[in-house]
Each structure stands twice: as structure tokens, then as C-alpha cells.
Ligand binder design. Structure first.
Ligand code: CAA
Length: 389
């Protein structure tokens, strides 16, 4: 039985800052951000968007009533969750009207956890072939103003349905994965921004990729020539490019050219949205499958998932016949095109204008947020969400 991604959707907030403007404001050359880091635009979340509303917005674009009845498991991957105890997926279950007889959980391991969600979903479908699993990866990445990590912020969510006989991509059974305790990036319970040892995190990421790709090749006997594309978790697009360049250094010209060209297509959405942590790898997948002119049914794609701390996995998917008919390319293009550019001063003001922490009740003005699902505030310590379209 083939199991994999049956549908996949994406949502980003309606505002972004040009990274070249940010560079000027920070006194660095714009090319450092656009070429050296490889980021063009950085999504900025208004106060009325959090990990829950972003995920609801991403999921509602792909789910039919039939899906909502068939889904019996919601796995919400995030590292910017809104509650230490209650799973974000319980809100999603309500907001989207999913079948009551469903499991709803939240999973965490930095940017890796949506892949844990995907693999858990595969196991669930293998045991319950007629059900479907909704996997969400949703985050708002915050390092802080004027920090080295600031340019690698972003916000957004990816949602995908895992099912048997998938219509987009079948996940192949073999994968390799690894855990190694490391303090390369983390966010203690008391902090709203992430802590990072930047250079160490880059080394850790590249070492994981090298090790897992080699292990995968040894385990399967597959080579670079067997992959149409290699996709990466992209905290910033240069990160994946660095890892890929090292991997194709000794490859033949055709493999090197194909993998670098396809990487170029796969980084497009990430370059104009920024780091969305758990959803980043799947945003890169979307970028490839929605924008490639050469991708065909039967093509194998390698995916490298990495979450600081650290857990990594290399796995593969094969495109399914007719996958092009089950994408939402136009919706995503329109959403990204309709976003509004804001100044660095406005981005800084939004960054500092945080929802109050610990206040019993407060309301958030949602009138300027065009998103269908919004976070409207807190009532007696209970978060409130609204479907406004
Ligand atoms: N034109 C072109 N390129 C330029 C340039 C210019 N004018 N000026 C500088 N550059 C290049 C540099 O040569 C460098 O290129 P290489 O990486 O190829 O060497 C690149 O721009 C970045 O320059 P620096 O290394 O000097 O950048 P930095 O010290 O300011 O910080 C960073 C970079 C460490 C990634 C920092 O942004 C950071 O800490 N980010 C957060 C951590 C992160 O994203 N780590 C990734 C792995 S961990 C992970 O994946 C999990 C996760 O999501 C967080």
C-alpha cells in the first residue's frame, strides 16, 4: 500500500519586510542578506496571528467536508506553541470542524517535528488504511531585533493530509534518522526569542546532512543520479545551498547541474517568506512541485529534515501520476503576491507590540488582518479565535 502526501497547503501572514531594507537599517550590505544569506523577503506576523491561526489558515485551503470526516488524527508540529499543556491541534479540531472521533496532539523537536508527524501519520495509515491524518507545521520565528539571527526570521504554516494512495507524493519506506544532544538553538520556557550559537548550528546541520545522506546511500544503494531533487529544511536558503554544494562537489556534471537547478526552484517560496521552522522543509517541497517545469510522475525527491538540539532525518518521496492536478499553485501565488510590504520601522513596531503575557483578558484588533482565521485575544485566560471570512 502506498502512503504519502495527498494534499498540501500553505499560508503566510499578509505583511513582509524587504531584506534589502533591513540590511540598510542594520548597516550591512544588502547582498549579505540577499546573496550571502539568500533571503529576499521576511514575513511579519501581526498580533492577530499565532501558530494556531496560521495553521488553521493553511489547512482550510485544502480540506473538503469529506476530508474533515475522514481525518481521525491531527498532529500539530510547532516550536512556538501557545500553551504548555493544551495541544494547539484541539483549537484546529474545533475551528475546522474535524470529525469528533479524532486524536489531536502537539509534537515538538525544533524544526524537525513535522517530519515526526509525517512518519507517525504513515504508521497510523498503515494500521487504519481508510483514515486520513492532518499534519500541521506552524511557527513564528523570532530571534530579536538587531541580532545575527534577525535576518533568518519569518512566519507561516504548512498543512498536509497523509493518506493511502496519495495524489501528490508517495513516501518511500526507507529512511535514516539520528539524534545527538546539542545546544545549537533552543528557546527556554521563559523566553519569547530563540537562543542560538549560529556558527555551531550551521556546522551541526551540515554534519547531520552529510552523515545521513551517506548512511542512506549505504542502506539503499541509491546514488545522487537517482534523485530528481534534494530538498532541505531551509532556515535561510543559503543554508541548504551550502549543504548541497558540498554533497555534489564530486558528482558528475549532469547530476550537479540537475540538483543545483532544482534546488534553485525549491528555495523560491522560502526566500520570500523566511524561516517558518517546522514547515520550512515542506514549504520548499511546495516551491518545487508548484514551480518546476520538468518534475514528472515517478521522479524521486530526497528530503532532509533537521531540528536543532538535534534530530535529523533523510527520507524520500516519489511523485504520483497526475500530481499537478492536485496542487493549489494559483492560491499560493495570489496569496504571496497580495502581501503588503512594510517599512523596517513598522516591522520593529509590530515586533515590539506583543500580546500581553499573563493578563486575564484582553482583545486584539483584527480589522486590518485579511486572514480568514484570526486570534482575537484572551478571555479569562482562555485564547479566542475567530473565522472572519
Ligand atoms: N555579499 C555577498 N555575501 C556576503 C556579503 C556580501 N556583501 N557579506 C557577507 N556575505 C556572506 C558571507 O560570506 C557568508 O557566506 P557563507 O555562509 O557562504 O560563508 C554569509 O554572507 C553569512 O555571513 P556571516 O557568516 O558573517 O553571517 P552572520 O555571522 O551574520 O550570521 C547566521 C549568519 C549564523 C546564519 C545567523 O544568521 C544565525 O545565527 N541564524 C540563526 C541560526 C540558523 O539559522 N542556523 C541554521 C542551522 S540551525 C537550523 O536549521 C534550525 C533552525 O531553523 C534555527
Amino acid at each position: 500500500m502506498k502512503i504519502g502526501i495527498d494534499k498540501i497547503g500553505f499560508f503566510a501572514p499578509h505583511m513582509y519586510v524587504e531584506t534589502s531594507d533591513l540590511a540598510v537599517a542594520r548597516g550591512v550590505e544588502p547582498e549579505k542578506f540577499t546573496i550571502g544569506i539568500g533571503q529576499e523577503r521576511m514575513a511579519v506576523a501581526p498580533k492577530s496571528q499565532d501558530a494556531v491561526s496560521l495553521a488553521a489558515n493553511a489547512a482550510q485551503t485544502i480540506l473538503t467536508d469529506e476530508d474533515k470526516q475522514a481525518i481521525d488524527y491531527i498532529i500539530f508540529a510547532t516550536e512556538t506553541g501557545v500553551d504548555h499543556s493544551k495541544a494547539a491541534s484541539t483549537y484546529i479540531h474545533d475551528l475546522l470542524g474535524i470529525n469528533p472521533y479524532a486524536r489531536a496532539v502537539e509534537v515538538k523537536q525544533a524544526c524537525y517535528s513535522a517530519t515526526a508527524g509525517l512518519q507517525t501519520a504513515r504508521g497510523h495509515i498503515a494500521l487504519n488504511p481508510d483514515s486520513k491524518v492532518l499534519v500541521l507545521g506552524s511557527d513564528i520565528s523570532r530571534y530579536g531585533l538587531n541580532t545575527a539571527g534577525e535576518i533568518t526570521q519569518g512566519a507561516g504554516a504548512v498543512a498536509f493530509v497523509v493518506a493511502k494512495d496519495p495524489r501528490v507524493m508517495a513516501i518511500e519506506p526507507t529512511s535514516v534518522y539520528k539524534t545527538e544532544e546539542a545546544m545549537d538553538f533552543w528557546r527556554p520556557l521563559y523566553s519569547e526569542t530563540a537562543f542560538v550559537q549560529g556558527k555551531f548550528s550551521v556546522d551541526q546541520y551540515i554534519n547531520f546532512f552529510d552523515d545521513l545522506l551517506q548512511r542512506y546511500q549505504e542502506k539503499t544503494g541509491l546514488h545522487l543520479s537517482d534523485f530528481h531533487a534534494l530538498l532541505f529544511h531551509l532556515p535561510y536558503t543559503k543554508m541548504g545551498l551550502k549543504a548541497l554544494r558540498a554533497a555534489v562537489e564530486d558528482a558528475n556534471e549532469a547530476d550537479r547541474e540537475r540538483l543545483l537547478n532544482n534546488f534553485n526552484i525549491s528555495k523560491h517560496y522560502n526566500a520570500i517568506v523566511g524561516n517558518i521552522y517546522t514547515g520550512s522543509l515542506y514549504l520548499s517541497l511546495l516551491s518545487l512541485i508548484e514551480n518546476s517545469q520538468t518534475l514528472q510522475a515517478g521522479d524521486r525527491i530526497g528530503l532532509f529534515s533537521y531540528g536543532s538540539g538535534s534530530v535529523g532525518e533523510f527520507f524520500t518521496g516519489v511523485m504520483v501520476t497526475g500530481f499537478q492536478d492536485h496542487l493549489n499553485t494559483a492560491t499560493h501565488e495570489t496569496m504571496l503576491k497580495n502581501r503588503q510590504a512594510i517599512s523596517v520601522a513598522d516591522y520593529e513596531a509590530i515586533f515590539n507590540d506583543k500580546a500581553p503575557v499573563g493578563q486575564v483578558s484582553f482583545e486584539i484588533d483584527t480589522t486590518t488582518d485579511p486572514a480568514p482565521f484570526v486570534f482575537t485575544g484572551v478571555k479569562d485566560h482562555m485564547r479566542q479565535y475567530k473565522h472572519q471570512a
